[in-house]
Structures are given as C-alpha cells and as structure tokens.
Design a protein around this ligand. Structure first.
Ligand SMILES: [Zn+2]
Length: 1112
C-alpha cells in the first residue's frame, strides 16, 4: 500500500483543511444548460440580485429571534403582518380555511405539523417567508383538506348553544333537518371517496398509474409513493451555508424526463421555505420567462405526503425533458433529524461548528426539493458556497474552488454517478485529514477534529485494504475516484454509507493503540467494512423501496465484517464471532410473537424507520450467511457478481438476487430446490424454527436412526399477543447439517433438507447408541435444535470430557440453544444448567460471551430472589479458573485480550476478592496520577466499573472529571458506562437527570443504568416520568427509541411492572419508532413472569445442590 503526502505515492501525513483558489471559468464547457445554471446560481451567493432570494435574507434580518429552550439554539421567525387575501381563490377541489395563522398570513413556506422530530421544527409553524408572490394569496389561506370541516361545524354549534331562545329552538329544528341531510351526504361521500381511494391506492406508483383525471377529486398526491409518470435525470444543486448565522439557502434545477403524459409534478419537500414564484417549469433548453409553462393554480404543499404539488394547464408530454427550478432556504439547526444540520465540537479556543447532511432515510426532502425515493436515481452536480475558514467535501471530488467577491468560497464538485437522494452528502468542515491512495488508485481521506486526527490511521489503513479487496470480491471496481470518511461529533448512528463520503460516530471509528480495547478495534474494522460493502450493495445496486431494507443492511452486516473485515484481520477469527455478535442477539427478539417478517411492506415514514432494527441487520446477515453456506461460498459469490453487474447503478428487489443465485446454483449443480422458494420461507414470515431431533434407541440394525420435525420457536409459547403479518404456516426450508462423534465432521458435515410440511427421517450406519449426534453444525442455519434427553446428556458428557471436539461456534450454539429452549419451557432447565459444569475448563472467548448472556438472564430473573447468593457463588466457581489463567498481563492475541476482559468483568462482578482488590488498586493509582492511566485497555471496562461500584463518591467524581477532560471518544464511552455502576442512588439519579442535557448520550446512559440492579427501577421510573421529552427527541429517529425501550425493560419480571408497562403504552399511543419495541417489551415481561413461575424452584434447588456438592 502506498502512503502519500498530498501528491500520489507520497507518505501519509496530517493535513489541515484548506481551500485552494483557482480562476473561475463559468462557461468553460460551453454547455447551454450549464451556462444558464451558472448565471442563476452566482447571484444569491455573491450579492442577491433576484428579488425572491433577496427577500429571504431581508426577511430574516428583520425578524425576531426566538429561543426554544434547547440550550441556546435559536432560529429566525419573521414577523407575520399580512392580511386575509381579499380575493377568493379559484380551486378545482373543495377547500377549507386551515387555521387562523394561515388566514392572516401569506403562506409561502410549508412546515409539517405532524412529522416534526424535535418540536423546534414544529414551532416554526407560522415562520413564513414573505415574498412578492403574485400567486401567494390564494395559497395562503386555503389548503385542499377535508377533515377540518368538522371542526368548523363544531365551532358553529358552540355559538348556537349560547343563544338560548324560542327563536333559536325553531331554528334548531331546521338545523337538525339540515344536519341530517348533511350527514347523509357525508356518508355517501365517504363511501364514494373510499372507493376512489382504494382505486388510486391500487394504481398509483405503478407503471400503469394514470394522470390526475383517474384519481378524481382525491388527486395523485394522495399516495405516499411517487407516480412513475416522471423521472429525474439530473440535479444542479447550489447551496450557500452560513455557519455564522446558522442558515442555508439554495437553488435547484431538476431535469425531469416525462415517462407518461401528466399535468401534475410532485416533488418531495418539507420544512423548507420556498418562495412559490421561484417554482418554475420550462421545457428543456428553453430558459426565457415566456417559455415558462403555465400552471393551473399556484403550487401548493401536501403536508401529509410532503409533496410540493405543481399542476400544469397542459400536460407534460411523454418522452420530453423539462426543467424544474426553485429557490429555498431553512435554518441550519443543531438537530440530526433536520437533513442538513450543524454540529458542535469543543476546542481549546472554544466551541466550533461544522455543517453536515444526513439525508437518510427520507430527510433529503428537508434539504432540497427532490424525488426522495431510492429508485429515483439521478446525477447530481453540487456547488457549495461557504465561509473561507471552512472547506466543503461531498460525494464527488472538487472540480474547482473560487473565491467570491465577498470573500466566501465557492466549491464546485464533479457530476456524480446516478445516485439515490438518501445517499447525497456533503459537509462544510474545518476538520483535518489524513489520506492514502489504495492499490487500485482510489484516494481515501479520513477527516476528524484536529485534536483527534492522529487516531484515524487504523480506519484509514484497514479501509484501504478492504476497499481493494471488495473490488476483487464483487468483480466490479469502486467507481468513484475518491472516498472520504468523516468522524462527526454527535453523529447519531454508527455510520452512514453516503456514496463517496461516509459519516461515522467518532467512538466507532477512532482508534488509539494502547488506549482503546481490542473489542473497539474489532468494532471499527467491522463498521468500516459494513459501510464499504454498502458502496456496492446499497449504493450501486439499490433497493427499489424500503420494504427490502433488510437486503441492504443484512448483506452489509454479513459481507462487511465476516468477509471484508475477516480478510483484513485474518488472525481474529471473525467468522467464529458470528453467533455472538449477530445471530444469537437477534434470535431472542425473533422468538417473540411480536417480531416481524424481515421483508415487510412499508408505507409511512414511521414504518420505514422501524425497518432499521436488529431484524433487518442481524437476521438479514444470518439468513444470507445460511444461504451462502448451503450454496457454497464460491457459488454464492459467483451469483452475487452477476447480480451486481446486471443492476449496477440501478435498483433491484430481493427476487432479482434469488434469481441470480438460483441460476448459478443450477449451473454448479448445488441445489435442486429453487432459491426463492427456500428463501421466501425465511423472509416472508417472522420467527424461525426449532428442529426437534428424536433418536430411535435399541434398534436391531445398530444404526443411528433419527426423526426430525420443525415448529416455530417461541420464547413464550403461551403468548396471546398477535400481529397482522402473514405467514406460510410457520414452516421453513431448513438446511439440516449434522455430524456424530464417529466422524466429528465440522467442516463438511452431512446435509439434508427438512421441507415445510414434511418430517425427515435419517439413518446413518456405524453409529452407536453411546455416540452423540449434533445438528446445525457450526450454527450455519438460522434455527435452534432440541434433542431427546439422552442425546443432550451425551453432548454434555462430551463437553466435560473434551469440549474442544466442538468448535467455539458449535459450543456457543449448544449453550445458547439449551438455555433458550429451557427459557421457553421446551427443555428441562436442569439439563441446560448441567451443561455449565464443563465451563471450568473453557478458556475461549466466544462460548464465554454466550455464557455471560444466558446466565445474565438467569441472574436478572433471580436478582430479587433468595437464590441470587447461590447463583453468584456458582458463577464465581465457574469463572475463577479462566480469570486465574488469563490474569492481568497482556495475553497476546486479539481474541485472548477480549477473553481477559470478560474474565475480569465476570470475576469482579461476582465478587472475586483478588479481582476487586486489583481493580481498586489500579484505579487508585490512576487517581493519584491522572496523566498516566495504568489500566490495560481490555480490562478498563471492568476496572472502572468495579472501582466505582466498591468505592465511594470520590471515584465517581474522578471519573466524571475524566469524562469532561478526555478527548478520546472510546474513553468517554467507557467512563459513561462505569459511572452507572455506582451503588449510591443519589449519584445514579443525578446521572440520569443530567443526561437530558446531552441528548446524544441519553440512550447509552439509560442502558447502562438499567444494567445496574439498583438502577433498573430508577431508570424505568425516569423513562416513565420523562416520556414526553424522550418521545419528542428520539421517537422519530431510527434505532434510538426502540433500543432505549428494549434496554430499560429487559429486567421487568413482576405482574406489577407488566401492568405499569401496559398502562404506559395505553396512556401514550403515539410511540414513534418504538411501537414494536414496546409490544415486544410486554411479551418479554410476560415471558419473564412465566419463567419465574415455572423455573424458580428447580433452579434454586439445583444451585443449592451444586453449592453443597462443590463445597462452595
Ligand atoms: Zn448499513
């Protein structure tokens, strides 16, 4: 790999971002459209000549500033002083007066009152840009909605009640008759309307979708999906970002091809202020005012579906290209849901701000008007104006930088490849960067705060290795000449794969040797590989619609870490980690009856957000891995290459992938069942099977003879919770792999297919009754296995005699299956507990993670019972040999370091005296000399927590001071987790309360406090009391709210707590992205209550016997 300093093949070095000035050549390519665009775009940036844009800034300057109580975040709200329009608008559909505010203002911007994420946005209602707009009056007071008619009627009846007289009584009779007539009319109208709605729901968005007429009075805009009458070809987007006044404004030209004659243009837009007179449509290459197409009425906003609706007097003609143009502006908020936001960071000289986009998933429409669906790909030419102390980076390389008359800089970027709007990205930043050129010639740069740029090297190096590898693995080269990555403080997600400009959360991206733990390094490698896999799977070949989200995310979650990262760090054994990192965590959720099919039709923005959960990512990865295993890696990869080549720069659905995999499977003779037929059973219904294996003992032929059957695995088989999702009878095509103690074949095990509706009987010669049988070898299939009791005992005995006969993944799977089957009541809990007896010999990391997980559940359930003491003693007995073996010195390898971390963590948490003493000693040493941290990185988590748990307030105070002073994001994460370990309730309470001031940390803080048995109750109460603010802040964001709910409800296991949870749900019907997570919490709590009822006595007795037998 060639490192470099500024020029190709140099040496890697740190660079401070700077701007190079080059001469401006506005007409250099001589293209007519391009020329006109330059002329249009220059004006707002330098000295606004166009009246409309000038009005934007004038209006803003004269407006009052309004504080919204968000820590000093202000935005502009202009004065509203205009009167009700004098002329009634001519509208083709019945209209209503929308609100007092609307009636007293010229409404030329639109702000959704339903989809706001933060409330700051919502409070902008009435924050209207006042323009010289000849069309504005008619739009301002009226909107084509229907429901408010009732409220108007309601107000009138209130007035009627005040007039209590005989005259009024006579009038009342007349009114009743009129009202009855109205109600009858309304009912008929509703029936008629529903019929129409049903029809347009069916047709809109399809190739056969028709233009306005066939939608009748409802309009083509009454569908969340864009019609396929138009398609964007190219966007020219010019944005001016003002990081002094925190605003941005811009102009856009969209070149649109008409596919089918239509007189309606729908463009996604919300939260933007658009002077309506700037909204124009011209035929391509015709730019004059006289060429502008005439509108049927003023453009207007459909708030529910976030459309700017432009209706034309004469239809656009199929086959022709038109240019849509508009100007727009918005405040640059400190709000990660804003689409384009400002983000702060601290420096020695004070707070500084950067600006960055986060357009996924449907936020591009908050940044610029666009066709905001993944299948509407187009080429983007971006121009960014910014203050001279910043640079701009975007999807594509910079074509030119120009200094403008006012000293600002104009950065123009090369035209992009065809790209979906959710992947469009840019940043205006003052960060520093390092760079490298990959072997295949891609310039990779990694940007971070100047004081953190020395921690980007690992991500840069590993990224270059993986990008080169993927070029070869996918069979098509990364198509862009450069790839930037940026670690953005406060970034709400781990990473976002914007094409050519990937964003990361710093704690998931920045690595410092000897400071960051091995687990952190693995996480960085995995997430970089995940985002790089997306550059092909997601960015080049994109899902058609969000119901295939799982394909994007599942694929990146499998190919990224387990193929890409595994190639870059072959010593780590990442494939062995699959069960603990991906499969087992999602299996727990997917065994609830309130899970969901991985492939699910989605219609609303909330439903799209809810697609981003463990099911899409980890179940997606699990079933893709399963598919790769039953096809064979070579066949899988061959099919993948063909798929990626055919749909390059396009869109696809899951069936396209299945078809290509099926074709190569047939070619290679790998399969006799259709891939789609197999995979549909895994994608179209929720959950997964447990395969029950029953051996026939005492047969005369002496052969192994076993029957297999499948049924849906449910953690709580008695659950009465239901969903409306379809299913295929909850039967699956199960790739059944097995081996026995006779051959112990783990690499190439025998394989059969267990088909839906069939039982499978298998005979194997030469296997004796005393030999064990093991099914789902290396857990390559996404299912659990239960055996007859005798076979469980044979497997357990093998673990005790020599556990290394099984690989680490198979050991992990055996433990996970046994404990989860017991949790569901399908296996005697004692059989599962017996398996743990071999753990005094277990030294490997992967099985111990599973043990920590399954016994952690038992610990949580026993936490409030008298059996917890015995549980603690028994666990200490199991983990002590591992702890003693690994000790405190560096064990050498990546995996052993992680094993040491878990050993110290378990030993200290179960009260190993040596562990607690050593942890407290190391922490005290650090407190004495804070500038030198003597604690090895991989035991930091355990040491910090133990010292704070067993210490007094001074340890917490010290940790808090470190949290405030460290510039390491990983260290911050560790300290935050440790602060939640205190046993002082008042400290926990203030820790919880303070987190509301740092919204990006709230999820972590709540999850950490919930892990502390003292804090679990407090965090539940805190969540309850602060529902409104938490819902408002996180409820419209993918992952956050759902994760929060899952972590803080994990330990609920009493009927009282269940009742509280149910009443919380009832009292708060608007649950945002946590709706499903709350249902799952109810079901999990019911399962927990049932576990206590069914298992407590058995477990307590078994533990007590162990304590006696072992003399503990
Ligand atoms: Zn992803």
């Amino acid at each position: 790999m060639a490192h470099r300093e500024g020029v190709p093949n140099g040496v890697m070095g740190i660079k401070r971002s700077r701007v190079k000035t080059v001469p401006e050549h506005p007409n250099e390519d001589g293209d007519e459209d391009h020329t006109e665009q330059e002329t249009t775009l220059q004006e707002p940036a330098v000295k606004p000549k166009q009246p409309a844009l000038k009005k934007v800034s004038t209006s803003s300057q004269s407006s009052r500033r309004v504080s919204f109580g968000d820590g000093g975040v202000n935005h502009i709200e202009p004065e509203i002083s205009l009167q009700v329009p004098a002329v009634e608008p001519k509208q083709p559909v019945p209209l209503k007066k929308v609100s007092t505010t609307s009636q007293t203002s010229r409404r030329v911007s639109h702000v959704s009152s339903t989809s706001s994420a933060t409330g700051r946005r919502r409070s902008r209602k009435g924050s209207f840009f006042v323009a010289d707009n000849p069309y504005a009056d008619s739009l301002s007071a009226y909107e084509p909605e229907e429901s408010d008619d009732e409220s108007i009627n309601g107000k009138m009846s209130m007035k009627t009640k005040v007039r209590d007289s005989r005259f009024c009584q006579r009038k009342r009779i007349v009114r009743i008759i009129v009202l009855l007539c109205l109600l009858l009319g309304l009912a008929l109208g509703l029936i008629f309307g529903m019929a129409i709605k049903k029809e347009h729901d069916r047709t809109a968005g399809s190739e056969d979708g028709t233009v306005l007429e066939s939608y009748g009075r409802d309009g083509i805009w009454n569908n969340i999906r864009l019609p396929k009458t138009l398609t964007p070809l190219k966007y020219n987007l010019h944005i001016r970002t003002d990081l002094t006044n925190f605003t941005f404004n811009g102009t856009i030209d969209i070149f649109i091809k008409c596919i089918k004659n239509t007189e309606v243009v729908l463009i996604h837009s919300t939260q933007l202020e658009i002077p309506l007179h700037t909204v124009t449509i011209h035929p391509e290459n015709m730019h004059h005012e006289k060429d502008r197409l005439h509108l049927k009425r003023d453009p207007w906003f459909h708030e529910e579906h976030q459309y700017l609706v432009v209706e034309l007097k004469t239809p656009l003609k199929a086959g022709s290209v038109y240019k849509f143009s508009a100007m727009f502006s918005a405040p640059l908020l400190h709000d990660y849901n804003a689409g384009y936001y400002r983000t702060p960071y601290d420096t020695a000289t004070g707070e500084r701000w950067n600006a960055a986009t986060l357009t996924a998933l449907t936020l591009a429409r908050r940044v610029f008007p666009c066709f905001d669906e993944p299948s509407f790909k187009a080429n983007f030419t971006l121009t960014l104006d910014h203050e001279p102390n910043y640079v701009a980076i975007a999807n594509m390389p910079i074509e030119s930088n120009t200094t403008l008359e006012d000293g600002w800089v104009r950065s123009k970027f090369e035209e992009s490849v065809p790209i979906s709007t959710y992947l469009v990205a840019w940043c205006v930043t003052d960060f520093a960067y390092k760079e490298i050129t990959t072997q295949n010639g891609v310039l990779m740069r990694v940007w971070a705060r100047e004081d953190a740029v020395d921690t980007v090297e690992y991500a840069l190096q590993i990224g270059a290795t993986i990008l080169d590898f993927f070029d070869e693995y996918f069979g098509t080269k990364f198509p862009l000449p450069k790839l930037d990555s940026i670690a953005l403080p406060g970034f709400p997600y781990g990473g976002m794969e914007n094409w050519g400009l990937i964003s990361y959360k710093p704690s998931r991206f920045l690595y410092k040797e000897s400071v960051s733990p091995a687990r952190n390094k693995e996480g960085i490698c995995s997430i970089v590989a995940h985002e790089l896999a997306h550059q092909w799977f997601g960015n080049s070949v994109t899902l058609k619609w969000w119901d295939d989200t799982w394909l994007n995310e599942g694929f990146a979650s499998y190919v990224g870490p387990y193929i890409g990262a595994n190639h870059a760090e072959p010593e780590w054994g990442l494939n062995d980690m699959f069960t603990i990192r991906s499969m087992h965590p999602v299996m727990t959720i997917d065994s609830l009856s309130t899970s969901r099919p991985i492939s699910l039709p989605v219609a609303t923005n909330e439903e799209i957000l809810q697609q981003f959960d463990l099911i899409s990512y980890r179940k997606g990865a699990s079933i893709i891995r399963m598919c790769s295993n039953f096809l064979g890696e070579a066949t899988f990869r061959k099919g993948l290459k063909k798929y990626l080549a055919e749909f390059e720069y396009g869109n696809a659905v899951r069936d396209d992938l299945w078809k290509h995999l099926n074709d190569v499977a047939k070619e290679d003779g790998r399969l006799f069942i259709d891939v789609k037929e197999i995979m549909d059973t895994w994608t179209l219904q929720m959950g997964y099977p447990v395969v029950t294996v029953t051996r026939e003992y005492g047969r005369a032929d002496g052969n192994l003879h076993f029957r297999t059957d499948q049924e849906r695995f449910l953690l709580n088989p008695q659950s009465n919770m239901t969903t409306n999702y379809g299913d295929l009878g909850y039967k699956w095509f199960v790739p059944l792999t097995y081996t026995t103690s006779r051959d112990a074949q783990f690499d190439m095990p025998s394989q059969e297919w267990l088909s839906p509706g069939h039982k499978l009987t298998v005979s194997v010669t030469g296997v004796e009754e005393s030999d064990w049988l093991f099914v789902n070898v290396e857990a390559r299939g996404y299912y659990r296995v239960n055996y007859d009791e005798n076979n469980w005992q044979l497997l357990t005995q093998q673990l005790v005699d020599n556990h290394q006969v099984f690989g680490v993944t198979s050991r992990s799977a055996l433990i996970s299956d046994a404990f989860n089957l017991a949790r569901a009541g399908s296996l005697n809990q004692v059989i599962a507990l017996n398996i743990t007896q071999y753990l005094t010999s277990e030294r490997d990391y992967v099985p111990w993670v599973t043990v920590k997980d399954v016994t952690g559940y038992i610990g949580d359930m026993l936490g409030k019972t008298g059996a917890y003491g015995d549980f603690q003693k028994y666990m200490l007995h199991l983990v002590t040999p591992l702890y003693q073996d690994l000790g405190w010195t560096d064990p050498g390898t990546h995996v052993k370091r992680q094993a040491q971390g878990i050993a110290v963590s378990l030993a200290c948490s179960f009260g190993n005296e040596h562990c607690v003493t050593e942890a407290s000693r190391l922490f005290a040493e650090w407190m004495q000399n804070p500038s030198v941290n003597p604690i090895p990185p991989d035991v930091k988590q355990a040491v910090y927590c133990t010292a704070i748990q067993h210490g007094d307030q001074k340890e917490s105070t010290f940790a808090m001071e470190q949290l405030e002073t460290t510039n390491s994001d990983t260290e911050k994460l560790l300290l935050r987790e440790a602060l939640a370990c205190t046993q002082m309730p008042w400290l926990l309470q203030s820790y919880l309360t303070d987190t509301l001031d740092t919204p990006e940390d709230t999820k972590t803080v709540l999850a950490n406090v919930a892990k502390n048995s003292l804090g679990a109750r407090m965090v539940w109460d805190f969540f309850w009391e602060n529902w409104d603010v938490l819902r408002k802040t996180y409820g419209d964001r993918a992952f956050y709210f759902a994760d929060m709910v899952s972590s803080i409800t994990a330990k609920l296991n009493t009927k009282y707590e269940l009742k509280q949870l149910q009443s919380l749900i009832k009292d708060h019907p608007d649950q945002g992205s946590a709706e499903r997570a709350l249902q799952q919490a109810v079901e999990s709590t019911q399962a927990n209550i049932r576990w206590i009822q069914n298992n407590y006595n058995d477990v307590a007795t078994w533990l007590s016997n162990q304590i006696d037998t072992l003399g503990l």
